[in-house]
Design a protein around this ligand. Structure first.
Ligand SMILES: Nc1nc2c(ncn2[C@@H]2O[C@H](COP(=O)(O)OP(=O)(O)OP(=O)(O)O)[C@@H](O)[C@H]2O)c(=O)[nH]1
Ligand SMILES: [Mg+2]
Length: 325
């Protein structure tokens, strides 16, 4: 069913949760109406401070997110929460768990909670998350917290979409070594050692400190990622996390880093949409047939793969100029 986009956008702007949810569903479902939605949202965006939270499964991301929401709500901020699970085709599972952990905020009209699955999506997380963030931004969220489940590439992707990236660790299990493997040490603006009520928190902080110090030659004005200890389950240390976030934000604003990051993010977003659109066109019937024909010629030796790729790109671009989209 086609959505009444102008009405939905108006309602989302007024902060109506159902309209916000519906718009994010359009993103998740890669609706053809998204073009219209994004055009309507564009002038309303740019206010939200986007914070990404990443870390190994079970480290306490959802618990920390919930505690952060509490802190921001006490400060009178409107908060959006986006839980992204790049490995799951269903948003329901993640949603269920998060609803339970975020229960105290579920009925707060100043809080939007939304889970999103991106697997099986042509453009994946890089395509969907920024658009969902735009919806929350336009809906008047002062802060958008993005929790990503999973490891490796998806964490790096989500970090690229946040203004500030928080990397969570917990004591034990060679977390530090895992972190290094996942390239996590390069993406954190703020590090949180959660579950500080458990043995080994000091060792984790030490190890992290050591690893963050390695291979670094910072100039005086550079950002030095702080390490904050928390017991998210009891809300301990959460004010310190908010403080670290505010400091990072102020530092970014002072140095023009925030504008730089946002413009890099927009460039990436544009690129992802363009590449996804190209792939879609190539996959369409016409392009598919064209690709098959080119493949036969490459196999037969009458065409080399570079020349074939040029022909395919030219064909796709020609179809786009033909004005069918
Ligand atoms: N001891 C202790 N347990 C905690 C703390 N914070 C969270 N937990 C518990 O750790 C478990 C996992 O917490 P979550 O917040 O769901 O962790 P998560 O990182 O969101 O997990 P996934 O989304 O599954 O990756 C839950 O049982 C929490 O109650 C803490 O500070 N101390
Ligand atoms: Mg979680």
């Amino acid at each position: 069913m086609a959505a009444d986009v102008p009405t939905l956008v108006e309602q989302a702007r007024e902060g109506r949760p159902r309209a916000v949810a519906r718009l994010i569903s359009l993103v998740e479902g890669a609706s053809p109406q998204l073009r219209e939605v994004m055009a309507a949202l564009a002038p309303l965006c740019g206010n939200a401070y986007v914070v990404g939270l990443t870390g190994s499964p079970g480290v306490g991301k959802s618990t920390s997110t919930s505690a952060l929401v509490g802190a921001y709500r006490r400060a009178g901020k409107r908060v959006g929460i986006l839980a992204v699970d790049p490995s799951s085709p269903f948003s329901g599972g993640a949603l269920l768990g998060d609803r339970v952990r975020m229960g105290e905020h579920a009925s707060d009209p100043g809080v939007y909670i939304r889970s999103m699955a991106t697997r099986g999506h042509l453009g994946g997380l890089a395509w969907a998350a920024p658009q969902a963030i735009r919806v929350l931004d336009a809906a008047g969220c002062d802060v958008v917290l993005v929790e990503t489940v999973g490891v490796g590439q998806s964490e790096v992707e989500i970090a690229a979409q946040a203004d500030t990236s928080v990397v969570l660790l917990a004591p034990g299990m060679g977390d530090g070594i895992q972190a290094a493997k996942a390239g996590i040490l390069e993406i954190g603006d703020v590090y949180v050692v959660n579950k500080a009520d458990r043995d080994g928190a000091d060792a984790t902080v030490r190890e992290l400190n050591h690893m963050l110090g390695l291979g670094e030659a910072r100039s005086p004005g550079d950002w030095r990622p702080p390490i904050v200890r928390t017991v998210a389950a009891r809300g301990e240390g959460v004010d310190e996390v908010v403080e670290a976030l505010e400091k990072h934000r102020a530092w970014m604003e002072e140095r023009g880093v925030l504008a730089e990051r946002r413009s890099r993010r927009a460039a990436h977003e544009i690129e992802t949409i363009a590449v996804t659109a190209l792939r879609e066109r190539m996959g369409e019937l016409r392009g598919g047939q064209r690709l098959d024909a080119l493949a036969e010629r490459v196999v037969g030796g009458s065409l080399d793969p570079y020349a074939a790729a040029d022909e395919l790109v030219a064909g796709v671009a020609g179809a786009a100029e033909g004005g069918d989209g």
